[in-house]
Design a protein. Structure first.
Lengths: 166, 184
């Protein structure tokens, strides 16, 4: 279920960025708009600065891995503090050397969130001022949240697979 | 004359030669006895095992009965490093530095499944046992161990402290062991 203000945002996006909108749906009362990565910055900038919407608060951003589709996604959750509307923007990128545009030029809050997403998924955010690991140890050589890496620590020899249900 | 009686136990004197006005024994035994009953522990508590340790220190279980009432929150003055809880890989270098700051002779006790082996946290971010970065003298199993078990671990440490030869820390074997961990 979407309300009038969200409908307004969506129709505005369709009107202004029609070619860049790849899809939209409502998931759990949360409107999700999938856009082309190349237009992400323009769309976010417009949503940020247009006085009618003012999506000026970045709640969170996160990476998602879809190994079966060989894709990764980055989703951005926006909040307009003036109209109290929430909106989720999603971009899909390839999971082979994934890159996405950095939105740090619009939201300062994206700095650490993008570092976290890089840390766990290896998504390179182009234009990020300081893209390095933030939570994991610096000498980690893989991106642990990617599905091709098993959850368990691969360096230990003392746990027999059979005994630990692997 | 009325004799003062008390049920307070004091440690027995070591084996030795005794006569009128003198008592002779080996230095090892005297030093061992003194060290054993005045261990200053440094608690490195990161999770629920640390809570059990607090109970161990408090009035009911009272670790002070074994001469360890004085916690040392500075590694420089501590004798025993007590690692209690999950150690994330990112915490590893910190733990190692704490160990390196301790003066010899030093002992280490790994309390609980996580400190001993990583426990249930068989995952990329957790150190799979602190013995991957520092040598450990006694392991206490349990998740978390009860205070009785922690006390049992301390008693095992006391046994090691009591019987350790005075020259052990100078031995080549000991140095080789430390080198294996890349210390010194």
């Amino acid at each position: 279920m979407t309300d009038l203000a969200t409908d307004r945002t969506v129709s505005f996006l369709n009107e202004k960025f029609g070619d860049a909108i790849l899809g939209q749906e409502t998931q759990y009362d949360f409107h999700v708009v999938t856009v082309m990565p190349s237009h992400l910055i323009d769309i976010l900038k417009e949503l940020y600065s247009n006085p009618e919407f003012s999506y000026q608060y970045l709640t969170t951003l996160a990476g998602i891995h879809y190994p079966l589709d060989q894709k990764m996604a980055v989703m951005y959750q926006l909040h307009s503090l003036t109209s109290n509307q929430r909106l989720r923007i999603k971009i899909y990128i390839s999971d082979d050397q994934p890159t996405a545009p950095s939105i740090t030029s619009i939201f300062k809050a994206a700095n650490w969130l993008e570092r976290e997403t890089y840390d766990f998924y290896g998504i390179v955010f182009e234009g990020h001022p300081d893209l390095r690991r933030i939570l994991n140890v610096d000498d980690m050589i893989f991106f642990p949240m990617r599905k091709e890496f098993p959850l368990e620590d691969q360096t230990r020899e003392d746990k027999e697979d059979e005994m630990f249900g692997r | 004359m009325e004799t003062l009686t008390s049920d307070i136990k004091v440690v027995a004197k070591p084996e030795g030669l005794e006569g009128t006005g003198f008592f002779a024994t080996s230095l090892d035994k005297v030093v061992g006895l003194a060290r054993k009953n005045s261990i200053w522990p440094l608690p490195f508590a990161t999770s629920c095992c640390g809570i059990e340790f607090m109970a161990t220190m408090a009035a009911h279980y009272d670790l002070a009965r074994f001469g360890s009432e004085r916690l040392s929150f500075s590694p420089r003055q501590a004798d025993l490093l007590m690692v209690m809880g999950t150690i994330a890989k990112k915490m590893g270098p910190v733990l190692r530095q704490v160990y390196e700051q301790m003066a010899e002779p030093r002992w280490v006790i790994a309390v609980g499944a996580c400190a001993s082996s990583g426990g249930i946290f068989d995952t990329y971010s957790v150190l799979q046992g602190i013995d991957r970065i520092i040598p450990v003298d006694v392991y206490v199993p349990g998740c978390p161990p009860r205070p009785e078990q922690i006390i049992d671990g301390i008693l095992h440490i006391q046994r090691l402290v009591e019987t350790e030869s005075l020259r052990r820390r100078d031995s080549q074997e000991y140095k080789d062991m430390l080198n294996k961990y890349g210390i010194e």
